[in-house]
Design a protein around this ligand. Structure first.
Ligand code: GAP
Length: 498
């Protein structure tokens, strides 16, 4: 049986979600192009992300900084020195693999965060050989992931390895522009570049990918408080602390504050709500926060919990993001390197703000959505996307392309688009095939204009998931469609069609 990866890859290519970059020249490993449908879904996800996370505080804003940044930024941040992966090279053919991932694949255990020496020992003890030529392997070494670049003739720079640094180097200016208030949130939705040693598994490990990251600058003396904590204190987090592995547990936010500060816990709750309520990830079995041990944590984090989603293709959990308490690691380092004072004067005292980072890999979230929403039975295949994350709000079809139904449909298309809906219009083929096509690309509602429409100004709406249809009055369609897209069941929105 084809793996889920193969299946998603095949569907992605056939329906226009994504495919390997530079394909007509044989493809470029680690780079993918989003096609028309994938772009629409990604744009929807990003829109929901912005609306949810920028909505958390009136002092949170999006910025769009440059993707190429001065080499000093990355020297200061520690990426030039520490942003490395463990690698192992074949003595015979020279093939290089990421050592921990190689072991993970061969031995089905997690090796992230263990030392180079230990990795070398495991390779020796299990007599692991090159996956390409079966040659013997060298000692484990490291390779830096940053992409160096020369700007103009001689200015050394890097493609950014994370969006976060662009927020840090812009912090002071934004703080001044935004009336010197904390907390201040700077969000960036954009590209990050990492020269991954073994890019694989489609869009989940690429060399160019999209991140959605929110950097929250705050007063470290206020880490044990959040003004809205009351609203989440009884909310139950799904979390796997280090000492509980491999079991996740449910824990209220209030209980969680015994382990991590309140400011951090409040944002964990909001992140989980985004996944469960907006992305509609099924609760217990599919979502968890995973606490990282001291050895596993990123070099800049004091507290580090990954956000994970369970996927069949992985045979386990995929890291789709993280909640990172980066302290003053970054602003402090930029202060030292740039010789610019990064401290602020707030609440009667001078200090360098600390940073809580909410970090999301957009492509991994899209992949998780595709895999979790894909359904197939004898009759049809469907992407059961949440209605807010579908590529279009509705499909619109004249039952036949004659008798004035085409014209009426065109009129309705303009009416719906003016009302703010995205509409996929299709006037050819049997109506059954057109419905199937909407199911295949995950459009939640299909509206059909038929001969009755010309008599009484009504249309039918079909629900992708239940395949139920109701008849509604055109004048009420924007309101009805709005309710449907917000989650109202189709049966309650019109006269059912038997
Ligand atoms: N600013 C913090 C940061 O960059 P990270 O854990 O290195 O943290 C954040 O990256 C997220 O970006 C990850 O949780 C993952 O979802 C995504 N990501 C990281 N490397 C990736 C890659 N090579 N391809 C696709 N997504 C990746």
């Amino acid at each position: 049986m084809a793996s889920s990866y193969d299946k998603i890859e095949e569907i992605a290519r056939r329906r226009g979600l994504f495919w390997i970059g530079s394909e007509i020249y044989g493809g470029l490993s680690g780079f993918y192009d989003y096609a028309h449908l994938g772009s629409l879904i990604k744009a929807r996800w990003e829109k929901e992300w912005r609306s949810f996370f920028l909505g958390l505080d009136d002092n949170f804003f999006e910025i769009q900084p440059a993707e190429i940044m001065h080499e000093k930024v990355w020297q200061a941040s520690g990426h030039v020195e520490s942003f490395v992966d463990p690698v192992v090279k074949c003595k015979k053919c020279g093939n290089i693999e990421r050592a921990d991932k190689l072991l993970e694949e061969q031995l089905k255990e997690n090796f992230e965060g263990i030392s180079l020496e230990e990795l070398s020992n495991v390779i020796k003890n299990h007599n692991l050989r090159c996956i390409k030529c079966k040659g013997s392997l060298e000692e484990v070494g490291v390779l830096n992931l940053m992409f160096p670049i020369t700007a103009g003739n001689d200015v050394r720079a890097y493609l950014r390895g994370e969006t976060a640094q662009a927020a840090y180097v812009n912090f002071l200016r934004e703080f001044e522009c935004l009336r010197k208030k904390l907390p201040l949130g700077l969000a960036i939705v954009g590209k990050a570049f990492r020269n991954e040693i073994s890019p694989r598994q489609l869009i989940t490990r690429m060399r160019e990918f999209t991140q959605a990251e929110l950097q929250i600058f705050f007063d470290p003396d206020k880490i044990e408080e959040h003004p809205k904590f009351e609203s989440v204190k009884d909310y139950r987090l799904l979390a796997m602390p280090v000492k509980n592995r491999p079991q996740a547990m449910e824990i209220t936010c209030e209980e969680m504050t015994r382990h991590v500060p309140q400011f951090y816990v409040y944002h964990m709750a909001r992140v989980q709500q985004f996944f469960l309520n907006v992305m509609k990830i099924p609760r217990e079995a599919f979502f968890r926060f995973k606490e990282l041990s001291d050895e596993e944590k990123a070099f800049y984090n004091k507290y580090h919990w990954d956000i994970e989603v369970k996927l069949e293709s992985i045979g386990g959990f995929l890291e789709v993001g993280g909640v990172h308490y980066r302290t003053d690691h970054d602003l402090g380092a930029h202060q030292k390197f740039s010789k610019q004072d990064m401290s602020v004067f707030v609440g009667g005292k001078k200090f360098v703000p600390h940073v809580l980072e909410l970090s999301f890999g957009v492509d991994r979230n899209i992949y998780a959505l595709l895999e979790l929403c894909y359904r197939e039975d004898r009759e049809r295949s469907t992407f059961a996307f949440p209605r807010n994350l579908s590529p279009f709000d509705c499909g619109l079809f004249p039952l036949v392309s004659k008798d004035g139904l085409d014209e009426k449909s065109e009129e309705l298309k303009a009416f719906l688009r003016d009302a703010g809906f995205s509409v996929f219009y299709d006037n050819s083929g049997s109506i059954g095939r057109r419905y199937r096509r909407m199911d295949e690309i995950g459009v939640p509602a299909s509206i059909t204009v038929d001969h009755k429409t010309l008599e009484d100004r009504t249309v039918t709406i079909r629900d992708r998931d239940s395949m139920q249809q109701v008849r509604v009055v055109i004048a009420e369609l924007p309101e009805i469609l709005g309710k449907f897209l917000s989650g109202t069941a189709i049966e309650s929105l019109g006269t059912p069609i038997k």
